[in-house]
Write a protein that binds this ligand. Structure first.
Ligand code: RB5
Length: 147
């Protein structure tokens, strides 16, 4: 891992969960770069997904965690940024596998889908897994943008 900095963002639906994730990730020894928002006023998930993605592709942060109501919209927005591989997870198996097989550099979750306990387990599974390379590297290269 290039560094132990992780960017966190969400839309208005996930401020509480994002705060819990930030505390947990910090307790696991990561430096959290929380780019907001800080208000529960309705906002637009693409803005926050893309802003977090930019922190990852720039190299400032090694990984990112983003949250919206379902996790789906903010994941779609992040994946539009070249170099981002982001998956939505509602289970720990998928969270581990998107690191091991897909070299995911961002995790998305749905604050209206899962509870805080499961979300923190998912985060831990994502952060503790490592990309296995080998045949998976060939496949990951095949999903990189072509120009
Ligand atoms: C906001 O109401 C909601 O649409 C958003 O959080 C997310 O679920 C979109 O994918």
């Amino acid at each position: 891992m290039a560094n132990k900095r992780i960017v966190l963002s969400s839309d208005h639906s996930a401020l509480e969960l994002r705060a819990a994730v930030a505390a947990h990730v910090t307790s696991l020894g990561w430096e959290v770069v929380d780019i907001g928002p800080t208000s529960t006023e309705s906002t637009h998930y693409p803005t926050h997904g893309q802003a977090a993605a930019e922190r990852v592709v720039s190299g400032e942060c090694a990984l990112g965690i983003i949250i919206c109501g379902t996790g789906q919209g903010i994941m779609m927005a992040a994946n539009k940024v070249a170099g981002i591989r982001c998956g939505v997870c509602s289970d720990t198996f998928s969270a581990r596998m998107i690191r091991q097989h897909n070299d995911a550099n961002m995790l998305s979750m749905g604050a209206r889908v899962i509870g805080v306990g499961l979300a923190l387990d998912i985060v831990e599974a994502f952060l503790s897994a490592e990309f296995e390379g080998g045949r998976h590297a060939t496949r990951v290269a095949m999903i990189e943008p072509t120009a």
